[in-house]
Design a protein around this ligand. Structure first.
Ligand code: OOG
Ligand code: NI
Length: 471
């Protein structure tokens, strides 16, 4: 082993976290085994088509993690750690208003941003920061004590941060340093054995179980690690057959006759785990917490802003119909989808609702003068391949948080919330947060530019019409 490039470090980091989490949460290992069986069977059933949204090797190794930190400083440090693995912040998620329960966090996702890197290993980590300064959740006194508690802990040792900075700058590390980085980075996300201050944890839990999980313990940890499956409905049935109780439904798009888009997720509820507590009378002893769970996901095609706007309207429409006439959410959603969303890839492309790259389907024909993508597609010269969705959905994220909370927590809606947005979070980290739409569009544009080179003539992409008022 010589120089380890950032993608090799990333693949190994994901592998080690998976191994560690498997020892911490044994049900996770079952989930991974069932996921692998589901994917094998799907591949067997569907053949080559099964790999349309990613090679089976990519999908088998694919995981997303979720972690939670307590302050701007901790967020900027974790950004340095992830940069060592070629993972950069993408997208902004505000979960404070997305859930009925109190979820006082704002989030981003760290992931590779270019297609080659994603194909090598797409490891991503949904990362949430506790909004300690949001007066809807915390009193001034709690804010003060939270800040004190959080600023007195060290999540990421100085040696890890300096190794990470070097890896980020050099695009990798030499063998020995790489081993060191991997060990320190993995350990930073291990469940701590430090006693949990019982009174403090319970006080925070009154406000929000998420706040307690972040600000009530002395370190951070992997909250969940999520494998990707090619058929989540099959996975759901197999897990239930094994006696693992899943949450009531699959979050996100329904199972329907058309192409999978965006992201479908489900989880089993948090399991009780042994922890050591320091109790009010000063004694130290065993207790249990229920915060970590198993989640699984199925990924579909990335939607354009117009497609996403349509998706958001369909979610609202589903809610309205459920309120007015009742029914099962997934059935109602399917009905809405079948009314509004094209049920073929060509339909999605034709209406500018989803992202596709374009490739020659055979040897380059002789063409003269500028050509349009739509003409090349009609002539069969060029084929369109869907781009897989690499990000998250705020409503599903909120649902995932919520389904695992013990209590509702408290939120004072009379107060004004602290204004967080993408720009503010980027400032905190001192690095830009990429816009997911721009990343997908960039992939499309790169494929068109490549086509133009191959055909030696200008190629006009006339497929992405803005179509925001489709419904
Ligand atoms: C993160 C919840 C969001 C997802 O897959 O949407 C998430 C958390 O529980 O910390 O992981
Ligand atoms: Ni998740």
């Amino acid at each position: 082993m010589s120089f380890q490039e950032s993608w090799q470090l990333r693949a190994e980091f994901a592998r080690r976290l998976s191994e560690m989490y498997g020892t911490e949460v044994p049900a996770y290992t079952t989930l991974v085994e069932v996921s692998e069986a589901v994917n094998r069977d799907f591949l067997h059933r569907e053949g080559g088509e099964a790999e349309r949204l990613g090679s089976i090797d990519r999908v088998t190794a694919e995981r997303h993690g979720a972690i939670r930190v307590g302050s701007p400083e901790e967020l900027s440090q974790v950004a340095r750690v992830f940069a060592a693995f070629g993972m950069y912040p993408v997208g902004f998620y505000d979960l404070r208003d997305a859930a009925a329960s109190a979820v006082p966090v704002v989030s981003t996702a760290f992931r590779p941003t270019d297609a080659t890197e994603l194909a090598r290993n797409p490891f991503r980590v949904f990362t949430s920061m506790l909004a300690t300064d949001d007066p809807r959740f915390f009193t001034a006194d709690q804010l003060h004590r939270l800040r004190e508690f959080i600023s007195s802990r060290t999540l990421f040792p100085a040696e890890l941060l300096s190794l990470a900075d070097r890896a980020a700058e050099a695009g990798g590390l030499a063998e020995k340093e790489a081993a060191n980085l991997l060990e320190l980075a993995t350990a930073a996300f291990e469940l701590s054995e430090d006693p949990v201050d019982h009174a403090w944890y319970r006080e925070l839990e009154e406000v929000s179980a998420v706040a307690a999980d972040i600000g009530g313990v002395s370190s951070t940890h992997i909250n969940h690690l999520t494998p990707r499956v090619l058929d989540i409905d099959d996975l759901y049935r197999r897990m239930e057959d094994l006696g693992l109780a899943m949450i009531d439904e699959v979050q996100g798009p329904p199972d329907w006759r058309g192409p999978d888009v965006l992201l479908r997720q489900t989880s089993f509820r948090a399991l009780s785990e042994d922890r050591v507590f320091r109790f009010e009378d000063g004694t130290v002893g065993p207790g249990a917490l229920r915060v970590r769970f198993g989640e699984v996901e199925q990924r579909g095609i990335a939607l354009t802003p117009a497609g996403r706007a349509l998706y958001d309207r369909m979610v609202i429409d589903t809610d309205r119909r459920l309120r007015e006439s009742g029914g099962v959410r997934t059935d109602v959603a399917r009905e809405v989808w079948e009314e509004h969303l094209p049920d073929t890839e060509a339909g999605l492309l034709g209406q500018g609702l989803a992202y596709f790259t374009f490739e020659l389907s055979g040897p380059a024909p002789a063409v003269t003068g500028p050509v349009r993508i739509s003409d090349l597609l009609d002539a069969g010269t060029v084929a369109a391949s869907p781009i897989v969705y690499e990000d998250f959905l705020p409503r599903s994220a909120a649902g995932i948080f919520q389904s695992n909370l013990t209590g509702q927590g408290t939120k004072d809606a009379e107060q004004e919330g602290t204004p967080y947005d993408l720009t503010r979070l980027a400032e905190i980290m001192g690095r830009p947060i990429a816009d997911p739409f721009q990343l997908y569009q960039h992939q499309v544009d790169a494929s068109v530019a490549h086509l133009s080179e191959q055909l030696n003539t200008p190629v006009i992409n006339d497929t992405l019409k803005e179509n925001a008022d489709h419904v």
